[in-house]
Design a protein around this ligand. Structure first.
Ligand code: SAJ
Length: 403
């Protein structure tokens, strides 16, 4: 299309690929850049390397029609988006090396008037670091390019819808950058575009996920208290939530995924004295997983005392949350692995996965027939309403059989 910007997307992962495909679906020319030749080849065949509803059809369509192509090397563009991972290193220090290498990759292609937008979750101040990196190598671009931060906030499993519909916070390193970035997002976002500065936008992303982490920690703490007090935590939360201003989340096996279990550490590592509740929430949610492991081990040891043989333990659900197949940072997987490592007899059940490279997966039916202790770790829809014969011991850590 005439007058539409040429776009480069750095990073073709869980966020970069759907975003690139959505932009391309608006008949905008997008080149997606990834360090993996295999990822690049897969996308250029119109296929995808990640699991996300509706993404395969969209990528196939935009590649076939020539709006999206992938490459390992950045090309000249009007708008550059960066959506690469920001994991943490030892001691929870954020690792910015992927962002730095993406920026190094695009610097030689930058021209006057270009807009660079960072979408990766980043510690406060990262957008200014990106600017400094660019200007150190291309000082002639001072005042001639636009740089902004705009965090993604899509929910895995519902990415395509949320990419288009969710509001966005957009913060430039100066007002002109903010304006330029807002104009760009108008091409493909229907949600409201809220203007701010880059530091506030960076902190906004970290705070969103920390807020959810703190709320889940509250629910997890309640579940541990209720276990001691012999109170059904699910009933308790349902009743407390009848109050018009109370909205407690659900306890579970712990907090997994690559966002909520990671992002709060970016605040803690930068503000160690001040970020007290944020750190504690992380610790509580991590502890919840260890608590679950101890509970299962105790049940297995008691079984051995009662029946004189080792219990077969079925770990029901391995994904990091219900109804997906994503195992990244999954507390349920950690429980199953730890029990296996400690020599317990474990059956692994994940109905959303066909196979696992390391573990043999059992079906739900097989587990119900063979296991002595059924440990529900993820509240997958398919587990609800299951029936068991009287000899099974059920440990429900995620509210499959709520009340
Ligand atoms: N969880 C509970 N209890 C709850 C809700 C969730 O234990 O009541 C657990 C889940 O089982 C899972 C973890 O928390 O292990 C995280 O799941 P989630 O559905 O809360 O969030 P994610 O990690 O899939 O996606 C989050 C979202 N952030 C917020 O809701 C504030 C998403 O909007 C972000 O874009 C995403 O992180 C990200 O990429 O940062």
């Amino acid at each position: 299309m005439e007058n539409t910007p040429k776009v480069v997307m750095m990073g073709l992962g869980y966020i970069g690929l759907p975003t690139a495909a959505l932009i391309a679906s608006k008949k905008i020319q997008v080149t997606g850049i990834d360090i993996s030749q295999q990822v690049v080849d897969t996308i250029n065949e119109g296929k995808i390397h990640i699991v996300e509803p509706d993404l395969d059809g969209l990528v196939h369509y935009v590649v076939k029609n020539g709006f999206l192509k992938a490459s390992t090397k950045a090309v000249e563009a009007d708008v550059y988006l960066i959506a690469v991972p920001t994991p943490f290193k030892e001691s929870y220090i954020p690792d910015l090396s992927y962002i730095e290498s993406a920026v190094r990759n695009l610097i030689p292609t930058l021209k006057k008037g270009a807009l660079v937008i960072l979408e990766s979750t980043s510690p406060v101040g990262t957008t200014h670091k990106v600017r400094d990196m660019i200007l150190a190598e291309r000082p002639e671009l001072e005042g001639e390019i636009y740089i902004a931060y705009c965090p993604e906030r899509v929910l895995p499993g519902n990415v395509i819808y949320e990419l288009e519909q969710n509001d966005r916070a957009i913060g430039g390193i100066d007002e002109a950058s903010t304006e330029k970035a807002v104009e760009f997002y108008k091409y493909f976002v229907k949600g409201e575009l809220h203007k701010t500065n880059s530091q506030t936008a960076e902190m906004c992303k970290l705070v969103e996920n920390s807020s959810r982490d703190v709320q889940i920690a509250f629910a997890n703490e309640l579940s541990i208290i209720c276990d001691r007090a012999n109170i059904n935590v699910w009933e308790l939360i349902r009743l407390a939530n009848k109050h018009p201003r109370v909205n407690i989340l659900q306890p579970g096996t712990g907090v997994g995924g690559h966002c909520i279990a990671v992002d709060p550490w970016f605040i803690v590592s930068e503000f160690p004295e001040e970020a007290k509740i944020i750190r504690l929430a992380r610790e509580i949610n991590n502890y919840k997983t260890e608590w679950v492991i101890e509970k299962v081990k105790n049940a297995a040891l008691q079984y051995k005392i009662d029946y004189g043989r080792d219990a077969i333990i079925a770990c029901m659900g391995l994904a990091f949350k219900p109804n997906i197949d994503d195992l990244r940072e999954s507390p349920a997987l950690h429980v199953a692995e730890q029990l296996g490592k400690e020599g317990f007899t474990v059956m692994n059940v994940e109905p959303n996965l066909k196979e696992h490279p390391k573990y043999r997966l059992s079906s739900t039916k097989e587990a119900i027939e063979r296991a002595d202790i059924l440990v529900f770790l993820v509240a997958h829809q398919g587990f609800k309403g299951l029936n068991f014969n009287g000899n099974k011991q059920i440990l429900d850590f995620c509210g499959v059989f709520k009340e």
